[in-house]
Design a protein around this ligand. Structure first.
Ligand code: NAD
Ligand code: G6P
Ligand code: MN
Length: 443
């Protein structure tokens, strides 16, 4: 009988996503039992607000689970089986700059896309590598599932600088979209879909979607998406914020460019940057919305639980973000070979793309981590887009490694959403000042 129980560490314990993960872990005590839950963050007061509420939730729902929240790497990373990483180096204050600096120059300002995403990448690399090194030092047999963004640049950096480490980079966007696809065709959830998908992170396409009997669902989904994008509406979308509504709807225009595939929502920033900038408020961007909504809700709710000393009327919920990362841990723990997406070195998964690109493709998840599945050839449109964007990501990592101003200017200039090298330089120079506490000093 397999009576193992696992120890899980959430790195970035102060993340707005932490309570959702805690609830999902509690929902899965039967099929992924945990003996210990640990939090690690480098911002003690932020983490404490979530930890204090979590302690009460655990006391009421799973008192047998040991709970530790720490800012000490040795205490946090010792005796751990799975690390769920979700740090944001520079926090929302820097995300705000990533969005507003490009917009001030008339360019898309976005968390993981364009100059904002590259700037975030140069902050994240050392933070995530530090987590990997703590894991290898204190729990060398553990696996890290990493959500910390920008996942494409982080994954390129870990591929190069920690090639043997047990980190698997992941994203919840295709997961969210697949829950929408399932709703569109009247299936219960994403696990009812069998799919083929390829691309880079936040930059990919579905090429085939079937139900478990092999029935092709692409025609029905395409017909719906051509009209509505991925917007489902009704009960499904009752908590979806306005900016996400517009992104899901815009997928109709992204789809129109290649009706042979179904696109990731993030392609809107690359294919319709003019529209995105015209519809942005340069003084009130997504960061402001997140701080006014998700961050406020999460921390207010934690404070309320702590003040009341009970979590009986808790409103936190499991969602696609938390269920995906728990599904992945369970698949590795029990060697299930479940087919799910990961962001991993290409090495042939997309035949006509650089083998050293870091791509997002379906993998079989089991005791050896993620084993990539071959997705065949990218069509010319996709190959062109992927090759350019992957070179942007590689140049960003080159710039971080070599402390090179020129490489970073090249990354900004090559990026599809930046109109010319002069604008790229203006944005870059503003970003160097804003990121002075985080970036390597560029020469
Ligand atoms: P958040 O700012 O609420 O939480 C991030 C936490 O990380 C903060 O508590 C912060 O103190 C901590 N932190 C920052 N630098 C750290 C370091 N070097 N060491 C330890 N802790 C550190 O952010 P959030 O909105 O909850 O998002 C968390 C992360 O998850 C972000 O990187 C976000 O982009 C990412 N994310 C990724 C996906 C995906 O699809 N891959 C989905 C959702 C969120
Ligand atoms: C999706 C993406 C993440 C991204 C998040 C931003 O979930 O997959 O990579 O971090 O959206 O959401 P937010 O609500 O913070 O703007
Ligand atoms: Mn993502």
């Amino acid at each position: 009988m397999d009576d193992r129980k696992f120890s899980v560490l959430i790195a970035g314990g102060g993340s707005t996503y932490t309570p959702g993960i805690v609830l999902t872990l509690l929902d899965h005590m039967k099929d992924f039992p945990i003996r210990k839950l640990k939090f690690y963050d480098n911002d003690a007061p932020r983490q404490k607000r979530i930890a204090d509420a979590t302690r009460i939730i655990l006391k009421e729902r799973a008192p047998e689970v040991e709970f530790v929240a720490s800012t000490d790497p040795e205490e946090a990373f010792t005796d751990v089986d799975f690390v769920m990483a979700q740090i944001r180096v520079g926090k929302y204050a820097m995300r705000d700059q990533d969005e507003k600096i490009p917009l001030a120059h008339g360019v898309v300002g976005q968390e993981t896309t364009g100059p904002g995403g590259i700037a975030y990448g140069l902050r994240s690399i050392s933070g995530v590598i530090e987590l990997v090194d703590y894991m290898e030092k204190y729990s060398p047999n553990a696996w890290m599932l990493n959500y910390s963004n920008p996942a494409a640049i982080v994954a390129e950096a870990t591929r190069r600088f920690r090639p043997k480490s047990r980190i698997i980079n992941i994203c919840d966007m295709p997961i969210d979209i697949m829950d929408r696809m399932a709703a569109i065709v009247g299936l219960k959830d994403r696990n009812d879909l069998v799919f083929r998908y390829y691309g880079l992170n936040h930059f990919g396409w579905w090429t085939d979607i079937r139900d478990k009997t092999g029935k092709d669902l692409m025609p029905e989904i395409k017909k719906y998406v051509a009209k509505n994008g991925y917007w489902v509406g009704g009960e499904f979308d009752k908590n979806t914020e306005a900016s996400w509504e517009s992104t899901f709807k815009k997928a109709a225009d992204v789809y129109a460019l290649d009706p042979t595939t179904l696109p990731n929502t993030y392609l809107k920033y690359y294919l319709y940057p003019k529209y995105v900038v015209e519809h942005a408020n340069p003084h009130h961007t997504r960061t402001d919305e997140v701080r006014e909504h998700r961050e406020k809700f999460v921390f207010d709710e934690c404070d309320r639980i702590t003040k009341n000393g009970t979590a009986r009327d808790l409103t936190f919920k499991s969602d696609e973000h938390s269920t995906y990362i728990v599904d992945l841990c369970r698949a590795i723990a029990y060697d299930t070979k479940q087919r799910m997406l990961a962001i991993i070195p290409n090495y042939g998964a997309i035949e006509n793309i650089d083998p050293t690109a870091t791509v997002e493709v379906p993998c079989l998840f089991g005791a050896n981590g993620a084993e990539r599945l071959a997705m065949g050839q990218a069509d010319t449109f996709q190959r062109g887009l992927i090759t350019e964007q992957n070179c942007v990501e590689k140049l960003a990592v080159d710039a971080w490694e070599q402390h090179s101003y020129t490489k970073l200017w090249q990354a900004f200039s090559l990026c599809k959403i930046v109109p010319d090298a002069e604008v790229a330089k203006e944005i870059l120079d503003d970003m160097i000042i804003a990121n002075k506490d985080y970036w390597p000093e560029l020469k």
